[in-house]
Design a binder for this molecule. Structure first.
Ligand code: TRP
Length: 334
């Protein structure tokens, strides 16, 4: 059996990626590209499961590509492309729509959350979105999928679909069962205003998040205003149990400084949170501002970004076609 490791992940093209995306997904992607074959996809077909203004979508596809590159993804090491440019995703999604079961999709909690109270009005695409995600992964026979904890259920569905395909078409081990690489950080980066909610681009107040494009001034203001605690910094984690905002700031500091949380606490215990905030602001400015500047620079040359996507598309297409030819044959399509 082919034991080669292949990493696949997708990010929806939304404008305004933030610190949560950066620490939870992008930095992880970058470290994986060092020693594995990696395919990173801007999943534009997933985005249109809810209506997108065409001009904004176009811009967001390029901006997400720019975020990939500015965070350190290297298009000579990883395949970077957008989903809709490789038609194999849609084709395999259709085949998998016929393998996946209605009962399985009915259990998907994200659909229930996203569709809201009036499910009849949700697009059919939103409902079968997890089948498209399975197609993304299986099209490249990916073995490892870095995702946030919120995607775990979708990944389990991908495994069920792979297993059923292998069984229905009598091809044991044809699709590898993709393993999640769950990033702890993605759920750890919380809103700066409410430490029980994930940092999110959809929270109304911009003070709830650090955007990758924020300048030094904005970062400073946001950290200054971030909710923390009126007590001093404690020397143990237990004392932070009911203080999610304080814990969040400490976590972000620990993540960016590469100092273990316990060590941060032992170094800072007894000090005010303003001390942490000052240090955190400096670190964030050093880490995030260059990324933001690079995103803006890349967005000034859209032709270059389109070229990078085109190059990635060509590489992805070769792999996709190779696998699809075998898949078509297994299904009996001529
Ligand atoms: N559904 C994922 C999200 O919203 C994005 C995604 C689409 C994805 N296809 C994927 C992630 C394949 C991993 C693998 O975050």
């Amino acid at each position: 059996m082919d034991k080669k490791k292949i990493v696949f992940s997708g990010v929806q093209p939304s404008g305004n990626l933030h610190l949560g995306n950066y620490l939870g997904a992008l930095k992880n992607f970058v470290s994986l590209q060092k020693d594995m074959e990696c395919i990173y996809c801007v999943v534009d077909l997933h985005a249109i499961t809810v209506f997108q203004k065409p001009n904004e979508l176009k811009n967001n596809i390029l901006e997400t590509t720019a975020c990939f590159l500015a965070s350190g993804l290297d298009d000579s090491k990883s395949i970077i492309f957008n989903q809709s440019s490789v038609s194999g995703h849609s084709e395999l999604a259709w085949i998998l729509n016929c393998v996946s079961r209605v009962g399985w999709l009915n259990r998907m909690t994200q659909f229930k959350d996203k569709a809201g109270s009036d499910k009849e009005k949700a697009s059919v695409g939103l409902y079968i979105y997890p089948n498209l995600m399975a197609a993304d992964i299986l099209l490249y026979k990916a073995t490892h999928v870095p995702v946030g904890a919120d995607q775990k259920q979708h990944l389990e569905l991908s495994r069920d679909i792979a297993q059923k395909f292998n069984k229905d078409f009598n091809c044991k081990d044809f699709f590898p069962l993709p393993e999640p690489l769950i990033s702890k950080n993605i759920s750890r980066v919380m809103s700066l205003r409410d430490g029980t909610k994930k940092m999110s681009k959809s929270e109304e107040s911009d003070y709830s998040r650090i955007n990758l494009k924020d300048n030094a001034d904005e970062i400073q203001k946001k950290i200054k205003k971030a909710k923390s605690d009126s007590d001093v910094i404690p020397d143990n984690l237990k004392a932070l149990e009911k203080k999610p905002e304080a814990l969040n700031l400490l976590n972000i500091y620990s993540e960016i400084s590469h100092i273990k949380l316990e060590k941060v606490l032992s170094e800072m215990s007894g000090k005010d949170y303003s001390h942490l905030k000052e240090k955190l602001t400096d670190l964030l400015i050093d880490e995030i501002c260059p990324v933001g500047k690079e995103i803006k620079k890349l967005m000034d040359d859209k032709t270059h970004l389109l070229k990078i996507l085109k190059k990635g598309t060509e590489k992805a297409k070769i792999k996709a076609e190779e696998n699809l030819n075998i898949i078509r044959e297994k299904v009996g399509l001529v």
